[in-house]
Ligand binder design. Sequence first.
Ligand SMILES: [Zn+2]
Ligand SMILES: [Zn+2]
Length: 108
Amino acid sequence: MERRFFCSKCANVFDVTIPENACSVMEMRCPACNSQQVSVAPPWAPLGSGLNIFTGDEWAYECGECKFQFRLSIPKSPDENKLRKCPKCHCNNLKSITCSNALPLYCG
Ligand SMILES: [Zn+2]
Ligand SMILES: [Zn+2]
């Protein structure tokens, strides 16, 4: 079984294969910086370091049309994320704003 994890120290996102007969919680370490400050990331989180798009329990967005910036709760799926619209001009040309020292709280 493969789970996706996130390092809160270097913002690395990585996959770990967990054996099915694991009887206790494995000691998890980030392969990039060897930190133990890792948490479970949503399976569709982007792989690789430096792609920290998690901002607590909210994501920050910027509208591509009117440049309005706002926050919404973390979407439950990529589809929900795609359906989101700018509260000001109602276009759906949104992008997530990268935040460097944020933690992922969403876990599913
Ligand atoms: Zn790390
Ligand atoms: Zn807008």
